[in-house]
Write a protein that binds this ligand. Structure first.
Ligand code: SME
Length: 158
């Protein structure tokens, strides 16, 4: 089993570079998508400071269905265009919500969540689902998180 060498106190950009590298090592040679998503969610949840939910919603027919994650049990199905996840999926673009209480249609799965980032997973122009990370702190996610997590998703679906 791969042993982690992540410096949790590193500056954000450096932490994300380490996380992408760690992810590549974790999924190297493994083609099972669910196994890789499960390890990816555990890696994020235990390495990113100040997060209370990290995981995936996967596109099944025309809606998102919860996939591997770490955190409290979550809503299972989200329609395209609904909530932060469904909006990011429909727009195929990353969405950062500094205060979830101000996002129209936000779906509250865990009342501890106050800010959120959702990154779509797109492979060969096909939407596979989204990566969703929640934090109890307002304004937790910024441009560095967006870049770092988009690179993480790229490494995941490469
Ligand atoms: N808040 C999300 C729903 C998923 S949970 O946060 C895990 C949304 O509005 O799409």
């Amino acid at each position: 089993m791969h042993v982690s060498h992540i410096d949790l106190n590193a500056p954000k950009a450096q932490l994300y570079a380490q996380l992408a590298e760690e992810l590549r090592a974790l999924i190297a040679g493994e083609s099972d998508w669910i196994a890789n998503l499960a390890n990816a969610s555990a890696l994020l949840y235990h390495s990113l400071p100040n997060v209370n939910w990290a995981g995936f919603y996967l596109l099944r027919q025309d809606e998102l269905v919860v996939g591997p994650f770490q955190g409290r049990p979550a809503c299972v199905r989200i329609k395209m265009g609904r909530g932060v996840c469904g909006t990011a999926a429909a727009r195929r673009t990353t969405i950062i919500v500094p205060n979830v209480n101000e996002f129209p249609g936000h779906i509250a799965c865990d009342s501890a969540s106050n800010s959120e980032i959702v990154v779509p997973m797109i492979q060969h122009n096909e939407l596979l689902g989204v990566l969703d990370i929640d934090s109890p702190t307002q304004g937790r996610f910024d441009e560095e998180d967006r870049q770092g997590l988009e690179a993480f998703v790229e490494a995941l679906i490469a």
